[in-house]
Structures are given as C-alpha cells and as structure tokens.
Design a protein around this ligand. Structure first.
Ligand code: ATP
Length: 310
C-alpha cells in the first residue's frame, strides 16, 4: 500500500505501543444499493481503536468516514465483517441489545448539537441517563461540567447559548454516562475557530485527563492535529495511519495547503473555564437542575441523545 510519508504504519500492522483496543472492526464491508448502482462505502476495513486515545478519521467526501463510524457505533449494519465495542460484538446483537449498548456504552457528538430546546443545559447533559433511568454520579457530573466550562450556564436553554457552548453541552452529555467510546461526527463543523479550539481541547482533555476513548470524524486538518492518531480513508479503505502527526504531516497526507492558523491552545483540563466564571457551588448536580422543572418525556430525546432513545 502506498502510504504517505511521516510516522505511519500499515493499517493491519500490530501497534505494540498502543493500549488495548476499546473498539475494533474486522473486514468491514458496507454496500448500498445493488447492481450497477451499488456503492461499496466500506471495502474491507480492519482497525483497532485503542483505549484512552483520540483518533481522527479523515478522507475525501464519500470515502466512507461516516459509514465506518455509524457501523462502529451500531447505527448502521455492516454488509459483512465484525464490530466489537467494549468486548461486545455489535454486529451480532439484537435490536434491543443494540439499543441498550448505545444507551449505556457509547456517547455521541454530532455536527448539529441536537440539544432539546425546552431543556436547560444541565437537563440536556443528564438526558441520556434520565431516559435510561441510570444513576447520575454527581461528582462525575461536576467534573464533566467544569471540564467543558459550562458551570455558569447550566440553567440556560440552548437558544441562550452560543454554538460553541451548545456543542460543549453536547460533549458533556456524551461523557456523563462514562461511555466506553465517544463517537464524534464533525463536532466542530458548525463552529468558528475559537469555539472549535475549545471543543477540541475538551475532547483531547477528556482523553488525557479523564481516560475517555474518542473517535472523531473530521474534514479539518487542524481538528485532526489534536488527535493521537489520524486514519485516512479513501474509497472505503484505510489509506494511511499516522501516529501523533503534526498538522504539516496531516496537510501533506490530505494534499492541502497550510492556512497559518495559530498553534493549538495551551493544554490543561480547566483551561476552558473563563477566568470570570464563578466558583462552583459546594453541592452536587441536583443543585443545577431547577426543582420546578417538569419531567421530560422520552420522546424528547434528540439524535445526540440516541444512546438513551428507546
Ligand atoms: N444510505 C445510503 N444509501 C446509499 N448510499 C450511501 C448511503 N450512505 C452513504 N452512501 C454512500 O456511501 C459512500 C460513503 O459515504 P459516507 O457518508 O460514509 O462518506 P463520508 O466520507 O462520510 O462523506 P462526507 O465527508 O461527504 O460526509 C458515498 O458514496 C455515499 O454516497
């Protein structure tokens, strides 16, 4: 295979330095349609997503990025091949068990934030757990909320939040159930560069500081440079596998020009929290949810809370 220059390995080469896989695909094929119009969106993809790593998936439009992620997350069914998430073979599950897996083991972040407009930020964050009737760990809720810097905005509804803030709420919602893997599909696609940096910094910190495993589809080399690893797809196959590439290496792999964007911001879990944000209250998450708020029907669940959709 003709891989781009840089630190790379062939896709199927064992990666001894990697921690154990949290999610894997073997010989994944996904075709759509039949006959002359059949599209082979995935053409035999085998990949391991290591635990505690941020992996970016890049590639031209139509190369199979979303299809790969949807198959990994149990949102699409492969034509052949296997997907294993957290030791469970996703591709063999019944619909009921698949729904349960998505609710409890997988977090989602989409380009469209998919927040429920009638709920506050705090309620949106806990929505998947509420629908799944799963317990909420107040300390973890606090940690996630502070990590995304949304402490001062917990009572706001989405229409009172900026796009970046809404996406940070969506990130917190994806993480609050401590999923095995978070799948993020173009999480910065609707954001300006500052908000993108905030969301990407959080996603990277969620891996480095909270031990999360994140797989992110992106078109943006700058976004991909936050990843520990970048996979390139082309025509439904993995064409490059880059370890901790620089933005220059990513740009070379995608054949794009550098646009001189400033370097990534300083790291640090709480770097996102504005300096003027008030100190967090001593109480746990229940202080964040108004007592007079009516219970939410399960039908409110947006696509982003799909993990919790019955
Ligand atoms: N539901 C579907 N029915 C038919 N064809 C599909 C379907 N979903 C995806 N495809 C086709 O499969 C191929 C891969 O699509 P996919 O959305 O995975 O690509 P992508 O790399 O995510 O593209 P983009 O960057 O534009 O989102 C494309 O040719 C697409 O048209």
């Amino acid at each position: 295979m003709d891989l781009p220059r840089g630190r790379h390995t062939a896709p199927d080469t064992p990666r001894p330095e990697q921690p154990p896989a949290q999610a894997s695909a073997r010989d994944l094929v996904r075709t759509y349609g039949s006959g002359d119009t059949q599209v082979r969106a995935l053409d035999g993809v085998s990949v391991d997503f290591a635990r505690g790593r941020l992996t970016a998936i890049m590639g031209p439009s139509g190369s199979g990025k979303s299809t790969l992620m949807h198959c990994m997350a149990g949102l699409d069914t492969p034509t052949s091949g296997t997907v294993v998430v957290d030791g469970v073979e996703v591709s063999s599950l019944s619909q009921r068990k698949l729904t349960r897996l998505r609710r409890t083991r997988i977090g989602f972040v989409f380009q469209a934030y998919n927040l429920v407009p009638t709920l506050t930020a705090a309620e949106n964050i806990t929505l998947p757990l509420d629908i799944a009737r799963a317990p909420i760990d107040p300390a973890w809720f606090d940690e996630v909320v502070d990590a995304v810097g949304m402490r001062a905005r917990l009572h706001h509804r989405p229409n009172a939040l900026s796009g970046g803030e809404q996406q940070r709420v969506a990130c917190a919602r994806a993480l609050v159930g401590r999923p095995s893997v978070v799948f993020a599909d173009e999480p910065t696609g609707n954001l300006d560069s500052r908000s993108s940096r905030e969301v990407l910094t959080f996603l990277r910190r969620s891996v480095d500081d909270l031990g999360q495993t994140v797989v992110m589809v992106t078109h943006d080399p700058r976004a991909a440079s936050y990843a520990h690893r970048v996979l390139m797809l082309g025509d439904g196959r993995i064409t490059a596998d880059l370890d901790a590439p620089s933005r220059e290496q990513i740009l070379a792999a995608v054949g794009a020009e550098d646009d001189d964007e400033p370097a990534r911001p300083p790291t640090g879990m709480h770097a996102l929290v504005p300096a003027d944000e008030p100190a967090r209250p001593p109480t746990g998450m229940h202080a964040a949810i108004p007592a007079d708020e009516p219970p939410r029907p399960a039908t409110d669940a947006p696509a982003g809370a799909e993990t919790a959709t019955p």
